[in-house]
Design a binder for this molecule. Structure first.
Ligand SMILES: Cc1cc2nc3c(=O)[nH]c(=O)nc-3n(C[C@H](O)[C@H](O)[C@H](O)COP(=O)(O)O)c2cc1C
Length: 192
């Protein structure tokens, strides 16, 4: 495979927050292996929830196609590795990320989306604040399921308990782990 491309979609609205910092570290690791990287901060974009879609998948239309969502989906489909980075928000991914994954249902049978995603590597990054229970599964399980739906490869995750803004930077080893996993993900997709 030629140069590996990585697109990370960050679903937290906190710049310099935990998922954002871990994403930067992951992308730094990927870049160190020669990958071309892009980070998309969803909260900067104009995105809306999916509108009404018909029951016949082949005939579906995105009735809200005038916002930024299609461009995000196209960049995801074109990448070799897609990083889904979202905090746990009320036992799920953030609304910013949920909007994007829902919106792909308007393009469900489109070749550019299905063929673009097939065989891609999916990686998950999450943070959760609960001091007592590991809540990461609320984000990781859906992303693993999305990988199966798209016939993509689930490459792994970085999941940490951290509540305060940017706290992961002070936790020993977290950003190093994200950096190492970014480099490893690129090597894996390249078949090294
Ligand atoms: C709207 C909202 C919902 C949250 N829901 C949960 C939750 O269900 N479980 C949990 O463990 N933490 C929850 N948290 C805490 C965040 O997951 C935690 O603060 C995380 O570090 C935020 O990541 P960020 O810095 O990348 O935004 C919630 C925070 C917010 C603002």
């Amino acid at each position: 495979m030629s140069q590996i491309s990585v697109v990370a979609i960050v679903g937290s609205p906190r710049k310099g927050g935990n998922t954002d910092l871990m994403t930067d570290a992951f992308l730094e690791g990927a870049r160190s292996e020669g990958a071309e990287v892009e980070k998309i901060f969803l909260d900067d974009l104009h995105l809306r929830p999916i509108g009404p879609v018909g029951d016949v998948w082949e005939e579906r239309e995105d009735v809200r196609a005038d916002d930024d969502c299609r461009s995000v989906l196209e960049r995801m489909a074109a990448a070799d590795i897609v990083v889904f980075a979202s905090p746990v928000y009320w036992q799920g991914v953030s609304a910013q990320m949920k909007m994007v994954i829902d919106r792909q249902s308007a393009y469900y049978m489109a070749d550019w989306l299905r063929e673009g995603m097939r065989g891609s590597g999916f990686f998950a990054i999450t943070a959760y604040g609960d001091p007592e229970n590991d809540q990461s599964h609320w984000v990781l399980e859906p992303i693993k399921h999305w990988a199966r739906s798209f016939s993509a490869r689930y490459l792994g995750e970085v999941a940490v308990r951290a509540a305060k803004w940017g706290e992961v930077a002070k936790q020993p080893g977290v950003l190093d782990e994200a950096r190492e996993k970014g480099a490893a993900a690129v090597r894996e997709m390249r078949g090294d």
